[in-house]
Design a protein around this ligand. Structure first.
Ligand SMILES: [Zn+2]
Length: 172
């Protein structure tokens, strides 16, 4: 089995029933749980608004993590993005490929194979569904470059595309 640099350093605290990495708490949760929450929110407020709400959740995590690991490991912005992409795969969020990172253009493009959010969503749908990944990447760029961003998922497994693709553009 390939070395997993995150899982091998996760600490288990049995008294609390908690897992931490670099002092940050994580949890394992079945993707079906998240897909169920997503579908219920979609049924209440519609797919568009649901996407915005879930994006906001991912955004918070991405912004915190990007800054935290950049500072903890003294990374450059590029190293922080590469680390987050590797970590994404190592914590089961799908296999991330960094396609483009341009600090000048404030542009990030990432492809993800086998997104658990798309797989757990199940039924084919007309829209992209990986709002948490989109949010994490949006928050990552926003946090690292201190900018407002727009983040899109033009390709998604859930729409029948072969991969999920994310494009994050910072405002100037
Ligand atoms: Zn997707």
């Amino acid at each position: 089995m390939a070395e997993n640099s995150v899982l091998s350093r996760i600490q288990h605290h049995p008294d609390e029933g908690s897992l931490t990495f670099q002092g940050v708490r994580y949890l394992l949760i079945r993707p079906e749980t998240l897909a169920s929450v997503q579908k219920q929110i979609e049924a209440e407020v519609g797919a568009l608004r649901a996407g915005e709400l879930l994006y906001a959740g991912g955004f918070t995590g991405g912004q915190l993590s990007g800054r935290k690991y950049r500072d903890a490991f003294e990374f450059t912005e590029r190293q922080a993005v590469e680390f987050m992409c590797r970590m994404g795969g190592e914590i089961g969020w799908g296999r991330f490929r960094l396609l483009e990172l341009s600090p000048e253009k404030r542009l990030l493009q990432v492809e993800v194979d086998s997104s658990p959010f798309a797989v757990a969503y199940g039924e084919p749908t007309g829209q992209a569904v990986c709002h948490w990944i989109r949010g994490v990447l949006g928050g990552l760029v926003s946090g690292l470059f201190s900018t407002e961003v727009r983040a899109a998922e033009p390709l998604c497994l859930a729409k029948g595309d072969p991969v999920c693709r994310f494009v994050v553009e910072g405002q100037r």
